[in-house]
Design a protein around this ligand. Sequence first.
Ligand SMILES: C[S@@+](CC[C@H](N)C(=O)[O-])C[C@H]1O[C@@H](n2cnc3c(N)ncnc32)[C@H](O)[C@@H]1O
Length: 374
Amino acid sequence: MKKYTLYATMGAGFEAVVAKELKELGYETKTENGRVFFEGTQEDIVRTNLWLRTADRIKILLQEFRATSFEQLYDQVYSFSWADLLPVDAQFPVQGRAVRSKLHSEPDIQSITKKAIVNKMVDQYHRRGFLPETGNKYPLDVHIYKDVARISLDTTGESLFKRGYRVEHGGAPLKENFGAGLLRLTPYNGTHPLIDPMTGSGTLAIEAALMAKNIAPGTWRKFAYDGFDWFDSSLHKTMLEEASTKVKPLEAPIWASDIDQSVLEIAKLNAHNAGVLQDIRFKQVAVKDFTTDLENGIIIANPPYGKRLKDRESAEKLYQEMGKVFLPMDSFSQYYLTADQNFEKYFGKKATKKRKLFNGNLRVDFYQYWVNKK
Ligand SMILES: C[S@@+](CC[C@H](N)C(=O)[O-])C[C@H]1O[C@@H](n2cnc3c(N)ncnc32)[C@H](O)[C@@H]1O
């Protein structure tokens, strides 16, 4: 089977987390900023799209070359045999990006690349200057970094965070792959209890249940490769069936609570869609009234933070309540994600470790309180 140079993309700061997931799936990896490279066949494209919990997309690297002029860019792109990749009616949107390079106008990079591909296809398919672009989608991108251009085909389509179990509603849920990434920054492996006492739409609890039960996060969705005409379409079905045989029962309880009953209803619907409703104990309870008989587990939460003064005051009051209720639960490792830089002060304890992350564009900290570490 043909081997491709593949890479996973991810949010800033999650490179090592994705590399670890890939290693656990058996791949050798090479990490760069925002990308982890590995080699694989079509089967590996399906496997990684189905199983990676923390990545954004899986791409095939098609070309890599130096380009400091538009002529070079055009000639190199034209030299690729595009008709081997794209059927005559393919839709092939091209996304351009340039960082610290001589060629920096992204619209020009995009349109020159597109033009080179169109011209090559017109020549290869003997068309007269017109491609219908009415068929399946082959998302391409050209990324130039320090004058080195990379042309890639996206095998994923909509980002992997879109698992397909979430019902749309307002609020500010964590992205599913970001939630999974946070869990992977904790020692959680399903063998100890997990509590999210501010669960909102349930992302952390649901992602934890999927991990604990070894359910493939890509179970519910389609991928761009489904539309590639040279892609072996039986692989997806086979690997999905194989994944369903790997599901295991939950070993340790997962609790999810929130003060707001209406968000809990959304969380339950999401959990139902993900097939883990029976695995999570949902309960309406305010942090100040929270009690548990569970021990030796993990508390993880994404409490509200305030931008405006009034919201900040109420968030800080909540952090004080959290400190009062959760600090005495000292058999639990605790992990809190917030953009509030004064969290430790109000919570009442300095974190064992603080990790800077970006939730979208928002700079946040993941405050970690490890058991038995001062
Ligand atoms: C930022 S949201 C959590 C989003 C969640 N991680 C998700 O992915 O959907 C914060 C949640 O904390 C809840 N909350 C606020 N004050 C609370 C309190 N005193 N006790 C329990 N939950 C509270 C809110 O109702 C809200 O759902």
